[in-house]
Ligand binder design. Structure first.
Ligand code: CMP
Length: 139
């Protein structure tokens, strides 16, 4: 089915000036960018976005990293967009990621893993609504 998912290009990627390379991978996988903006999150925004992880031992470091520099947030649209995006991103930890995936080719570590993508339709809706107004999504 046609779906939308929330994608983030993380601070380790904006710092290295490789956002275009990453967008080319996403588009090459059949995903269409229907919303995109560059932002620098405040602590509160990162904490709210990642609230499902707030009990995890990596939460504080995750929030510190995601507020350490600019990010690019996107809504991606396509056939099975959630799975398709997760497939082109590769495994969360780049050491486990398959050849040819974004994380295998660009990620530095489990934390500095270059991209985020929603994992379920429910989270995609929540994350899209958190990051974008309806009028900012142009399909
Ligand atoms: P992301 O898809 O953005 O969702 C949560 C992030 O936490 C994850 O990618 C990783 O970058 C980061 N993270 C740091 N440590 C861990 C861990 N031990 N397990 C899972 N995610 C982790």
């Amino acid at each position: 089915a046609m779906e939308r998912t929330l994608s983030i290009i993380k601070p380790d990627a904006t710092e290295r000036n490789i956002t275009g390379l990453i967008v080319a991978r996403l588009e090459g996988a059949g995903l269409r960018v229907v919303a995109q903006k560059r932002v620098w999150w405040k602590k509160k925004q990162a904490e709210e976005f990642y609230e499902m992880h707030k009990k995890r031992d990596f939460f504080d470091e995750l929030v510190a990293f995601m507020t350490s520099g600019p990010i690019v947030v996107q809504v991606l649209e396509g056939e099975d967009a959630i799975k398709r995006n997760r497939s082109v991103m590769g495994a969360t930890n780049p050491v486990d990621a398959d050849p040819g995936t974004i994380r295998k080719d660009f990620a530095i570590s489990l934390q500095r893993n270059s991209v985020h993508g929603s994992d379920t339709p429910e989270n995609a809706k929540r994350e899209i609504d958190l990051c974008f107004k309806k009028s900012e999504i142009v399909g």
